[in-house]
Design a protein around this ligand. Structure first.
Ligand code: ZN
Length: 128
């Protein structure tokens, strides 16, 4: 039997809520924003102010993870693919790919490829 679903190798992403990112592809290319949510299973993230869609809804509906108290047109941030954004390094202020290191404590850390500074943050989500 063939498997239709590709199993993700990693269940966590390099990005976590609160991280500054820049969009490198799509209609919001070049814009920067802050990560609101991550969807590791889908390899997608939601970035504040990026990929805004309007949805016409009736009151009381909940669609796309956005609960709607009032009917009408609702702006919401649609998830975009994780590969369409890059982390912005707080040390050198450049969009960067990160490299993974494992600390002696066993904790994972990200390091900026440009300046080599470890990227530190408090993970709000479970890293496992
Ligand atoms: Zn850097």
């Amino acid at each position: 039997m063939l498997r239709n679903k590709i199993q993700p190798k990693r269940r966590w992403l390099d990005l976590a809520p609160g991280d500054p990112v820049v969009v490198v592809a799509g209609k919001d290319k070049g814009k920067t924003g802050e990560v609101l949510r991550t969807l590791p299973e889908k390899h997608k993230i939601v970035v504040k102010g990026i990929n805004i869609l309007k949805r016409h809804t009736k009151a009381g509906r909940s669609r796309g993870g956005v609960s709607v108290a009032q009917g009408g047109i609702v702006d919401f941030e649609a998830p975009l693919d994780y590969s369409n954004v890059m982390l912005v390094c707080p040390s050198c202020s450049r969009p960067t790919r990160t490299k993974h290191i494992v600390l002696e404590s066993g904790a994972r850390a990200l390091v900026c490829r440009h300046c080599g500074e470890p990227y530190e943050r408090v993970r709000k989500t479970e890293a496992q």
